[in-house]
Design a protein around this ligand. Structure first.
Ligand code: ZN
Length: 150
């Protein structure tokens, strides 16, 4: 048997600094329940979450453009095991969503997802009842079309 894993533990504590653009994004999400992006008019690209400079031409950008809350499912995956390869109690579907007005995608849970979500399907953000300024202020994205329940 060849070794495929070398078990070990590494305690890591860290402090992530979101920066000016991401701070504006999370504050808008928390305080107003909106997704804040930045548009570079020179490149014609809208970044979400907001950036303070364009990654293509380095122009200074303002975190000022609201995107979504609806968008398009670009890709998805079904996760059945955790990072330690242990089966999850329930599989989780994650999706890449391009919100209306944005050119970049967000990764989040797909709620009420079909077994085979359709690429291009319209989805809408479902916000948490209490928002604290993190991506968990969004519970995930759910299909826009109303289910008839039959
Ligand atoms: Zn640019």
């Amino acid at each position: 048997m060849s070794p495929t894993k070398i078990p070990g533990e590494l305690a890591v504590s860290f402090r992530y600094t979101p920066g000016v653009g991401n701070t504006a994004f999370f504050e808008a999400l928390r305080d107003r329940g909106v997704f804040l992006g930045s548009r570079c008019e020179d490149c014609g690209v809208t970044y979400l979450p907001a950036r303070i400079f364009c990654e293509r031409c380095l122009a200074e950008l303002e975190p000022s453009l609201e995107c979504g809350p609806e968008g398009e499912l670009v890709s998805w995956t079904l996760v059945r095991v955790d990072v330690d390869d242990r089966p999850l109690d329930r599989p989780v579907t994650y999706g890449l969503v391009r919100l209306d007005g944005a050119d970049t995608v967000l990764l989040h849970r797909l709620l009420d997802a079909d077994d085979e979500p359709a690429i291009g399907e319209r989805v809408r953000a479902v916000f948490a009842p209490l928002r604290e300024g993190s991506m968990l202020d969004v519970e995930g994205f759910a299909p826009v079309a109303e289910r008839t329940g039959s």
